[in-house]
Design a protein around this ligand. Structure first.
Ligand code: FA5
Length: 368
């Protein structure tokens, strides 16, 4: 077969490869002289263009490109045309390569500048200060209570929130059939442990751990299946108090609580003890204090009665002392349990204690 017989027109093929490149390259050609600030390019769009350009290079100069097949024709054209055809092909290849390289260099320069700009740190800018947090109002009240009792010689105890039947009920002299054990009142885990429904559980832990005499308070979270309303939450805070020693009487209980309310709400505050019942104290009493707002005359805060409920109290039941191996003939004690959230609600004039746990920072940051 004579050389060039079935090659078609090699020059036409070469020109067609050039044309195909030029068509696709058109949208990159404007970058050859550099990417101007007015180009409207962003870092992201420039990076995308750079990737597309690199694909274009492979399509037009790679092994499977039209140009590659044109190059293979050089050896097959008639010898008298070979030199000029070879030159043409070389020229086209040089054009393609130069075009792509120039546009690529300009895009890369733009990309580098944009990256540097993005990462630049302006050391003269003022620093961004983290916003200072606020102490939760319940914590503020708890800390005041702790300070008062610590100054009276009490230690502050902390203990677990998930309890066995023994600590939550049995050791507190709560009988088998008592309604407090009912799953309608107490939350239970699937393994039968109880979320403690009062901080009185810490009386037991503290006496086991420290023995007697003991004087401690135990602030902490407790859980009850109470329907939330303005004065109830299913999770709230109590502070337990326990004093066990030789010769402790109800007078010590009254004196201690009275001293506490004087320091907490002011020296004119009066206390009132109403007979009550708790399985773990005998005798038991509800403690009220005279309203800190109206001084006992009656107002919106105390609902006109002049008195506000503080919590439960009483003399530690001998069965509780026996449950932890303390000789109830030798030792006596008093205990009390106060609701911190309600105290907090009253002190900050909140209409609804549910506000305390809605986690609305605009509300919480008002207190300090
Ligand atoms: C008790 O929990 C007893 N453990 C107190 C006690 C301790 C008595 C030691 C004797 C000796 P009571 O159920 O009354 O008692 O709760 C005490 C306080 O917790 C209440 O006065 C109230 O202020 C608060 N309280 C009770 N239920 C809720 C609730 N759902 N939401 C917010 N506060 C509550």
């Amino acid at each position: 077969m004579p050389e060039g017989a079935s090659l078609g027109d090699p020059k036409l093929k070469a020109e067609s490869a050039r044309k195909a490149f030029e068509q696709e390259f058109e949208r990159f050609a404007r970058f050859r002289a550099g990417v101007s600030a007015e180009s409207g390019l962003t870092l992201n769009s420039a990076e995308a263009l750079e990737r597309e350009l690199s694909e274009l290079r492979t399509r037009h100069t790679g092994k499977k490109s039209e140009l590659a097949s044109v190059k293979k024709l050089i050896g097959r054209v008639a010898p008298e045309e070979r030199a000029s055809f070879g030159q043409l092909v070389q020229q086209i290849e040089a054009e393609i390569t130069r075009g792509v390289e120039e546009a690529e260099a300009a895009l890369l320069a733009f990309i580098n500048d944009a990256r540097r700009e993005r990462e630049r740190i302006d050391v003269t800018l003022p620093g961004r200060r983290p916003r200072r947090g606020h102490i939760h109002p319940v914590t503020l009240v708890r800390e005041r209570i702790e300070d008062i009792f610590v100054s009276l010689g009490y230690i502050v105890e902390d203990d677990r929130e998930i309890e066995t039947d023994f600590y939550n009920f049995t050791a507190l002299n709560i009988p088998e059939n008592h309604p407090a054990r009912d799953p309608l009142d107490t939350f239970y885990t699937t393994t039968g442990l109880a979320l403690r429904s009062q901080t009185s559980t810490v009386q037991i832990h503290a006496m086991q751990r420290r023995g007697v005499p003991v004087r401690m308070i135990a602030p902490g979270r407790v859980f009850r299946r109470d329907t939330p309303d303005a004065t109830h939450n299913p999770m709230f805070f109590q502070v337990e108090g326990l004093c066990v020693d030789r010769g402790i009487t109800m007078a010590h209980l009254k004196g201690t609580i009275t001293e506490f309310v004087h320091r907490m709400f002011g020296p004119e505050t009066r206390t009132r003890f109403r007979p009550s019942y708790f399985p773990f104290t005998e005798p038991s009493a509800e403690v009220d204090y005279s309203c800190f707002k109206c001084g006992g005359r009656g107002c919106r805060i105390c609902k006109g009665s002049g008195w506000i409920e503080l919590g439960g109290s009483g003399m530690v039941h001998p069965n509780v002392l026996s449950a932890v191996g303390v000789d109830a003939e030798e030792f006596t004690g008093f205990a009390f349990g106060l609701g911190i959230d309600r105290m907090c609600g009253l002190m900050y004039s909140l209409d609804d204690i549910r506000l305390l746990f809605e986690n609305d920072v605009r509300f919480l940051e008002q207190f300090n």
